[in-house]
Design a protein around this ligand. Sequence first.
Ligand SMILES: NC(=O)c1ccc[n+]([C@@H]2O[C@H](COP(=O)([O-])OP(=O)(O)OC[C@H]3O[C@@H](n4cnc5c(N)ncnc54)[C@H](O)[C@@H]3O)[C@@H](O)[C@H]2O)c1
Length: 293
Amino acid sequence: MQEFEGRTAVVTGAASGIGLALVEQFVDLGMRVVMADWHEKTLVTAAEDLAAQGADVLAVVTDVSDSASVDDLARRAFVAYGDVHILCNNAGVTRPGSTFEATLDDWKEVMAINFWGVLHGMRAFVPSMLEHGQDGHVVNTSSINGLVTTPQFASYIASKYAVTGATETLAAEIALIPGARLGVSLVCPAGVATNIFANEIDRWSTASIELVGDETMKRFHAYSDPTRTDKASPADIASAVVRAIKDGTFYVLPQAAGAATNGLRARMATITAALDGDESKAPKSIVQAPGMN
Ligand SMILES: NC(=O)c1ccc[n+]([C@@H]2O[C@H](COP(=O)([O-])OP(=O)(O)OC[C@H]3O[C@@H](n4cnc5c(N)ncnc54)[C@H](O)[C@@H]3O)[C@@H](O)[C@H]2O)c1
């Protein structure tokens, strides 16, 4: 997709972090942007700030885990702006907890937002994006942890692997549609300086803390600090997304170094060695420190 001026983008999780950075870059490209988030106060403040600077934005309070709410978002977007050209299914949450120890409520909530939220977005928008026939792009936010695992964020990782699978499938399906002008990208950031982990820090259970140990918890607290300067900024990720939309790139992996990225390389080497029937070539371990990319 090359033309952005006057086109419309929809971004979920638009009130903060990577979502807000995406909105800002789309606005800079001359786009009209529908900003969706369930956090009404933060959303409205962000939209008002952008509108005061001349941006054409519409804030729609949306809970992506609720299909009716996302269908309503689509109706509001179509009424306000007509055709939608870019859809960013970005809203997400994390919850600490192992596969067997995280509560079922946490499992359900994380899957409902991170996986079902993306699915609701695709179902509400993709048919009309194919039907209008203009250039368009679907951007689904997974994570480096949608490609490689790390202990203690079991529900997050399972939800992000599900986003990876659904998005790879969408791209394969669109490739089969003759003349379709809809690109697809899967965004897999590693550590980004946002509030996502800081929001969750009080949710660690005593059992999880005992399992990972005090030293790891200390490192996790430090890692979760949204002001850390050794992490990528939300704007770095948004710039990588805009480049991917322009170039038609599917995998957006903006961080080439770091523990999780090394883990991903080790995972791929392990799978290749298994495929080749030569496990002596597999790295010894693909396990990462809990929660640190
Ligand atoms: N920050 C990182 O290190 C990192 C790494 C990999 C992937 N990601 C992914 O990037 C995406 C954006 O996260 P972020 O880091 O900018 O965090 P963030 O917490 O700053 O932003 C997430 C936004 O999603 C919104 N949201 C949460 N649940 C929602 C719901 N049910 N309906 C609507 N909005 C909802 C929140 O209110 C928030 O504004 C997430 O999908 C996250 O998993 C982040």
